[in-house]
Design a binder for this molecule. Structure first.
Ligand SMILES: NC(=O)C1=CN([C@@H]2O[C@H](COP(=O)(O)OP(=O)(O)OC[C@H]3O[C@@H](n4cnc5c(N)ncnc54)[C@H](O)[C@@H]3O)[C@@H](O)[C@H]2O)C=CC1
Ligand SMILES: O=C(CO)COP(=O)(O)O
Length: 323
């Protein structure tokens, strides 16, 4: 089974490395010509995943047409670019595995829904979970949710990607797997704020638990299964990204909590902090679904430039309620 990877950022490169285990051929499409050159010439993605010696069986390309002979395509460009890139990709009936975490601005569609609308004949799967790219690329033990409505296709993909230190767990809940990854990025920003503002470990734990309640309310309203939200792609990823400065979303929140301006923190980023794009779309989607998401609203306010203490004060001043 020949795997194609669309997206040469840190995560696309790490997943290409996973798929290339044992010398299996992998084609990796990258947008930047210097990334394509560095991978083909030096077997390293010096821009997005420096220091990792990549398998020689990964061949990088700047031409989406080169993915035409692949048996499955992993889609790993940031969520806001999935539509543009998939529009240009030869897909047909090839299974698409969505690995980006976010909701499309404007349409409020999850990336799997974008893919399904563009390529209705392609089976859709979602790979999501607690997966820092640098750890996966280093071969450290990692488990993910691999969700696909068709169990046979899901099992084939899981078998192809699994390795001694990379364990996909099967699910048929594509929506649930997507919602966990999209929402946790916004909550990770909130946890970074707590750290940056020096609010303590109690506050962070409370935020993880109350944030998870928001994720669950929203997920259930959109048809997700609670078991998925409390699994690897939901709670698992929430715990990871709410606890570590290795998370770009947590780091963004850390800066906000220290009083830096969102515009300044975002302006010179080379890498993506998806939560900053997802937050306003999630706020709209939650309002549309009639779901209360106060932590998400607080993150939106901070991204819009509100003052940290005022936002935290307003969160804590909400009327007392039942858990
Ligand atoms: N880095 C990680 O540890 C993980 C990332 N993800 C998700 O994977 C997705 C990709 O993130 P990373 O690989 O980390 O990216 P990255 O932050 O390492 O690199 C940025 C990526 O964005 C791409 N890009 C920028 N502008 C673009 C455009 N106009 N059109 C298409 N692509 C464009 C760049 O080519 C590059 O591939 C995100 O949704 C992220 O949430 C998921 C799990 C782990
Ligand atoms: O999704 C991730 C880990 O599962 C990566 O998190 P960040 O995008 O916040 O770095």
């Amino acid at each position: 089974m020949k795997i194609g990877v669309i997206g040469g950022g840190a995560w696309g490169t790490a997943l290409a490395q996973v798929a290339a285990r044992g010398g299996a051929p992998v084609t990796l499409w990258a947008r930047e010509s210097e990334v394509v050159g560095a991978i083909n010439d030096a077997h390293e993605n010096t821009r997005f995943l420096a220091g990792v010696a990549l398998s020689q069986s990964i061949r990088a390309t700047s031409a989406l047409a080169d993915l035409a002979d692949c048996d499955a395509l992993l889609v790993v460009v940031p969520a806001q670019h999935v539509r543009a890139v998939l529009t240009e990709t030869p897909v047909g009936k090839t299974p698409l595995v969505l690995c980006a975490k976010g909701i499309e601005a404007g349409t409020r569609l999850l990336v799997g829904e974008v893919a399904r609308a563009l390529h209705p004949a392609a089976p859709i799967a979602v790979l999501s979970g607690p997966t820092f790219a640098h750890e996966v690329a280093a071969g450290l033990p990692t488990a993910v949710t691999l969700a696909c409505a068709d169990p046979a296709i899901g099992a084939t993909l899981a078998d192809r990607l699994a390795g001694p230190n990379f364990r996909p767990y099967a699910s048929d809940d594509v929506i649930g797997a997507e919602i966990g990854g999209a929402v946790k990025n916004v909550l990770a920003i909130a946890c970074g704020v707590v750290e940056g503002a020096g609010l303590g470990q109690n506050a962070r734990a409370a935020l993880i638990a109350r944030g998870f309640a928001e994720m669950t309310r929203f997920g259930v309203a959109r048809g997700a299964q609670i078991e998925t939200l409390s699994g690897l792609s939901g709670l698992g990823d929430l715990v990871l990204t709410c606890s570590s400065t290795a998370s770009r979303n947590f780091s963004l929140g850390l800066g906000l909590g220290q009083g830096k301006r969102a515009a300044d923190l975002l302006s010179d980023r080379l890498t993506v902090a998806e939560g900053a794009f997802t937050a306003p779309v999630l706020r709209e989607a939650a309002a549309e679904a009639g779901v209360d998401m106060p932590v998400v609203e607080a993150v939106c306010a901070l991204l819009d430039g509100a003052e940290v203490q005022a936002v935290i004060g307003a969160l804590l001043a909400r009327p007392l309620t039942r858990e």
